[in-house]
Design a protein around this ligand. Structure first.
Ligand SMILES: Cc1cc2nc3c(=O)[nH]c(=O)nc-3n(C[C@H](O)[C@H](O)[C@H](O)COP(=O)(O)OP(=O)(O)OC[C@H]3O[C@@H](n4cnc5c(N)ncnc54)[C@H](O)[C@@H]3O)c2cc1C
Length: 430
């Protein structure tokens, strides 16, 4: 495992001058262990992933090599409890580390998020939820199997929940169904935009348990890890999107896929409880975009100072209009950082109404703000800065995708903030 110093400022490693952390450990009161994990992610991102990002983007190719490095660095198990061989990071530490990865390769950070979420839902988050002793013991035994695969073998999990209907927004039960049969379930359905399709070892599928003659209910959501090689699973469709091209988010089809009972990532009923009581889990798509916001800002400062590798050392910083643009970007960045840091720090079970509204506001601010900063960066750096030989145009395209991530798209955040700020639960105007 690589060793990384807990650096408080830029430090040279392998000849590379490391960027300062997005969240300075001293200023943001991180302990040494947290700072060390976040620094490990930043070093890997800057020293290794940044150099590979353009090719994954150009070819819309999954970052397989990065996943081998994440495994070697222990980061596939970042949120796995220490007693299971992981780094035991909490939600906040994971979010900060993911922002550092997103700063250097958006597609790696976003897909890593899908993987890590399977360990967050089943790990620290499940520990906060109600289960009777027998259920908790069973969950402990089952998750140990998943964690051993991840920590030991480098197994990669994905998290396909989108189906193209109202289910991913939390409105109705998932249309992908699990029919109880002897020893497990038969799963049938379809997931769209399934990042890591064809590349994950296990698909962490959210589906509805529906017995013969029953009606589908969100309360009966199951979270099952389907082995990618299981009979009845196919990956279909092409993948040639605007941004986040390395996520390879193709369509997954399930046709009578047999899943044994012990493949459950969470016990019956616990996912529904988690979705109700731990809403900050839906904020986990934002760290990637926090990193992209920082990346667009970093690029601009370097470029205007004439210090961007691969470009002539021409300074443009002396023009007042560029100084104003950088000031606007810096203000926006600090606003995003402040609300986002607060939201990921206070994440936990049973948040207050104010905390939930703040989480929506943080998601909206990051997802829209990252693209606003990238837009300003392109305008003020100019034409030579948006060539494909430089990372800015990729950051711009990747950052545009943030607002589209269900269930907390930018539109849905506005929708929820407006309604939930004006109405208490159950209140109507009738
Ligand atoms: C790069 C990328 C990677 C992704 N990876 C994954 C993944 O790994 N797993 C996964 O499950 N999904 C993933 N998604 C999918 C994502 O969460 C959406 O499901 C996807 O963008 C498809 O959305 P849609 O166009 O079908 O949305 P629609 O449901 O058609 O909605 C379109 C827009 O309408 C708005 N809207 C939707 N419902 C409502 C409502 N009830 N009220 C008001 N407004 C509403 C939302 O703003 C939404 O953006 C990914 C998406 C992208 C772009």
């Amino acid at each position: 495992m690589m060793t990384v110093p807990v650096n408080k400022s830029a430090a040279a490693i392998d000849g590379i001058v490391l960027d300062a952390p997005i969240f300075d450990p001293h200023a943001f009161r991180l302990n040494d262990e947290q700072a060390g994990i976040v620094a490990r992610a930043r070093q890997l991102g800057q020293a290794v992933f940044a150099g590979r990002a353009a090719a994954y983007d150009r070819d819309a190719k999954f970052p397989t090599e990065n996943y081998r490095d994440l495994h070697r660095a222990g980061l596939l198990g970042i949120a796995i409890p220490k007693k299971h061989g992981g780094l035991g990071a909490d939600y906040q530490t994971y979010a900060l580390a993911a922002a550092e990865i997103g700063r250097y390769c958006g597609a790696t950070a976003l897909t890593w998020n899908m993987h890590v979420c399977s360990t967050l839902w089943s790990g620290p988050l499940a520990d906060d939820l109600d289960m009777d002793t027998a259920t908790r013991d069973e969950h402990e035994a089952r998750r140990a199997v998943h964690y051993k695969r991840i920590v030991g073998d480098g197994a990669v999990y994905s998290q396909p929940f989108s189906e193209g209907g109202a289910a991913a927004a939390g409105g109705v039960a998932f249309g992908t169904e699990a029919k109880p049969v002897e020893g497990g379930w038969l799963v049938n359905g379809k997931k769209i935009f399934a990042s890591l399709a064809g590349h994950a070892d296990y698909y962490g599928v959210l589906c509805t348990e529906v017995a013969e003659g029953e009606k589908a209910s969100r309360r009966n959501t199951l979270y099952l890890a389907l082995p990618a090689k299981a009979q009845g699973i196919s990956v279909v469709g092409d993948w040639d999107p605007l941004g986040m091209r390395g996520t390879v988010s193709r369509t997954l089809l399930f046709k009578d896929v047999f899943v044994p009972e012990d493949a459950a990532l969470m016990p019956r009923g616990v996912y529904f409880q988690a979705a109700m009581r731990w809403p900050h889990m839906f904020l986990t798509l934002s760290p990637t975009y926090m990193g992209l916001a920082q990346a667009a800002y970093d690029f601009t400062v370097r470029y205007l100072r004439g210090e961007m590798p691969g470009t002539p050392p021409v300074k443009r910083r002396m023009y007042p209009t560029k100084q104003i643009a950088v000031a606007q970007m810096q203000i926006k960045l600090e606003q995003i950082k402040a609300i986002w840091f607060q939201a990921v720090t206070e994440a936990g079970p049973n948040p207050s109404k104010e905390q939930v509204l703040r989480a929506y506001a943080a998601q909206y601010s990051v997802m829209e703000g990252a693209n606003e900063i990238a837009t300003l960066a392109i305008r003020t750096c100019g034409g030579q800065a948006m060539l494909k030989s430089l990372p800015l145009e990729r950051i711009y395209r990747d950052s545009r995708c943030g607002s589209l991530m269900l269930p907390w798209t930018a539109e849905l955040c506005l929708d929820r903030i407006g309604r939930e700020a004006l109405y208490e639960t159950g209140e109507t105007d009738d």
